[in-house]
Design a protein. Structure first.
Length: 268
């Protein structure tokens, strides 16, 4: 497959049985061949995404000494802020050219798993950042659950197969800022090639291009989502769970052309 296909999730949710089966086969086939799809009509509102990006940009615009208040060493980046240059891909000695902030699961029932999760880190200077991020987290969970229902049917499993596995699951919302490049990065990339470790990843509304996926023939292919679309990819857990039937594909974020080094990139 030499492209990342576009899937209309609304046809799975509200379409006829034939349309639903078509979407199931499209998602499954894409995840088998390239590990990525772009999804439209996914149910995450444009207004929420716009609000989230506004708050994310406000956070990363804070002075470094303020942001560093929210970097908690004991949490190893699982919650709160991780400063620029601290993360690198497995097998790479070069730090990625990014900083990020993470929110995690908030268990609201009596599930004992709540004791295993660290508390989220709340940013006092930007209460809207916390509120909008949590609303987005819940919305992303719902969209992800719909996609996993389609994946279950493709695998000839019960449609609700993943429900118990993802209830109060250890999902992460990661807001990433790739700052302007001020010095020659040499071999460093905004994000070195890697695979994700989870079931699926939802990439929502990156502010600029740069994402590339490695195809089965070893070539790098750009992935671009149009406004209103999200990018979804398979993670290592799902590849393992399906005995490699669905592919956790290597991907990266490349640096922009030198004339655009002065621009930031944001993604969630």
């Amino acid at each position: 497959m030499d492209h990342v296909p576009v899937i209309d999730l609304s046809e799975f949710l509200t379409g006829t049985s034939d349309r639903k089966r078509k979407v199931v086969n499209e998602i499954g086939g894409a995840f088998h061949e390239v590990g990525f799809v772009t999804v439209k009509n996914h149910g995450i509102s444009d207004k929420l995404i716009d609000e989230l990006y506004r708050e994310v940009k406000a956070f990363f615009s804070l002075p470094d000494d303020i942001k560093l208040k929210y970097e908690v060493a004991d949490l190893a980046g699982q919650r709160g802020y991780t400063s620029f240059g601290r993360e690198h891909a497995k097998g790479s000695n070069l730090a990625d050219l990014k900083e990020f902030f993470q929110f995690g699961q908030m268990v609201t029932d009596e599930d004992p798993i709540r004791k295993e999760y660290p508390a989220n880190v709340w940013v006092a200077e930007l209460p809207g950042f916390n509120e909008v991020a949590i609303n987005a987290y819940r919305s992303f969970e719902i969209a992800g659950a719909h996609l996993l229902r389609a994946i279950a049917l493709y695998l000839e499993l019960p449609e609700n197969y993943f429900e118990k596995k993802i209830h109060n699951g250890n999902s992460i919302l990661r807001a990433i800022h790739y700052p302007p490049i001020t010095d020659d990065p040499k071999s460093a990339l905004r994000a070195e090639q890697h695979e994700d470790i989870n079931l699926i990843t939802l990439l929502v509304g990156a502010s600029t291009e740069g994402l590339e996926v490695r195809t089965m023939n070893g070539e790098w292919m750009p992935v671009t989502a149009l406004p209103g679309q999200i990018v979804v990819n398979v993670g290592d857990m799902l590849q393992r769970l399906t005995n490699d039937r669905l592919k956790s594909t290597s991907h990266r974020v490349v640096n922009p052309p030198e004339e655009l080094w002065g621009t930031s990139r944001y993604s969630i």
